[in-house]
Design a protein around this ligand. Structure first.
Ligand code: ATP
Ligand code: MG
Ligand code: FE
Length: 350
């Protein structure tokens, strides 16, 4: 089954074709970062309009790369939420129209289920992680620990009470004067401080909410600690890198501690990590170390599939379409949508 996936929930237009026999056939991404940079954040109306401009050319490009015609498609999957309502409507409208014209089923995919399943998309030699497992979702808008009992059956174990991990990276970068979007740049600076011996540890920030039981997170206080440290410093490039390192270490260690607790709580050995912060190199190394110590395993998407992309939507949609699920022909999106409300995916054979 060949499924076209369309992602337009925020500021990335993502398109891909996932083939349930041959795996990922092609994928393309257009990022609107440059469009929003002068405003220091995503402007919803500009985002919607740009999706309108980019989506059809990107679909043509992806199909050409896959060597497929529209008539070869067996289904269409699109992000139906959560996200910006106008941006979501562009993807949903195009997906619905295409599916109607081609007389194939279409399905609205939950964006966070897309992220969550991205590590399963790769057919690596060790094979896919199989539920039950624990998922750490660390993106720009979410920080959640989820017990994945089955594909589509998600139980929230803990989440952030304020800023998401990616949001904390972005805001912390901004307050130290890094250009939008600062998260990846802050991470790059933190890496640089490695080359200056002695500097990791120059700044130590707290590991929020790790001193008490529970699986919730809070990252906004960390941002304030960085602000104070930065204001009271010489504000040199070296200091910025040292503070970036101190901040990254605090976030990584906090996430690692809570992931260990979540695995214990769920009685699972396997951790799956997804969302933009999952691209963070030190987080990947630290979680691998933690999993090894516990005799378990951790699985990540390739870094480019940690942030928003069409491949994860094509894949998540393909699993559901293959199980016989699809939505009716109306164009419906859900800017807010609880993952726990999703239907489990039962394979057609089961
Ligand atoms: P959501 O999926 O919750 O709706 P989103 O789609 O905006 O949010 P993603 O695209 O998954 O989020 O991830 C973007 C976030 O990931 C940004 O906040 C960015 O700063 C962060 N990020 C990307 N790369 C890195 C990195 N190497 N280290 C830390 N953070 C990173
Ligand atoms: Mg984005
Ligand atoms: Fe996302």
């Amino acid at each position: 089954m060949k499924v076209l996936g369309i992602e337009t929930s925020c500021d990335e237009t993502g398109v891909a074709v996932y083939d349930t026999d041959a795996g990922l056939r092609a994928h393309a991404l257009y990022s609107q970062i440059a469009l929003h940079a002068e405003y220091g954040g995503v402007v919803p109306e500009l985002a919607s309009r740009d999706h309108v401009r980019k989506l059809l050319p990107l679909i043509r490009q992806t199909l050409a790369e896959a060597g497929l015609a529209t008539g070869d498609l067996d289904g269409v999957a699109y992000t139906a939420g959560p996200g910006l309502v106008g941006a979501l409507l562009v993807g949903a409208g195009v997906a619905r129209a295409l599916a109607w014209a081609l007389e194939v089923p279409a399905i609205g995919v939950h964006h966070m289920e897309g992220h969550l399943l991205a590590p399963l998309l790769e057919n690596d030699p060790q094979g896919r992680p199989e539920p039950p497992f624990v998922a750490l979702l660390v993106s720009g808008g979410h920080t959640q620990l989820v017990h994945v009992e089955a594909i589509g059956r998600y139980r929230l174990l803990g989440e952030t009470l304020d800023d998401a991990a990616g949001e904390a990276f972005d805001k912390t970068a901004k307050l130290m004067g890094l250009p939008y979007p600062g998260g990846p740049q802050l991470a790059a600076l933190a890496e640089r401080s490695d080359k200056l011996p002695g500097h990791p540890g120059a700044f130590r920030f707290s590991r929020p909410m790790t001193d008490r039981p529970g699986l919730d997170f809070s990252f906004s206080g960390l941002k304030t600690q960085v602000l104070l440290a930065w204001r009271n410093s010489d504000q040199s490039d070296e200091t910025r890198a040292d503070i970036a390192r101190g901040f990254e270490d605090a976030v990584v260690e906090t996430l690692a501690i809570k992931c260990g607790r979540a695995l214990d709580a769920a009685g699972c050995g396997t951790l799956v990590v997804a969302g933009g912060v999952g691209a963070n190199k030190r987080l990947r190394v630290r979680l691998e170390e933690m999993a090894r110590e516990r005799g378990g395993r951790v699985s990540f998407p390739r870094p480019e599939f940690c942030t928003d992309n069409g491949a994860m939507i094509a894949f998540a949609g393909a699993l559901r379409l293959q199980a016989g699920q699809h939505d009716d022909a109306s164009v419906r999106v859900a800017p807010r949508w609880d993952m726990a409300a999703l239907q489990p995916v039962q394979s057609a054979e089961a």
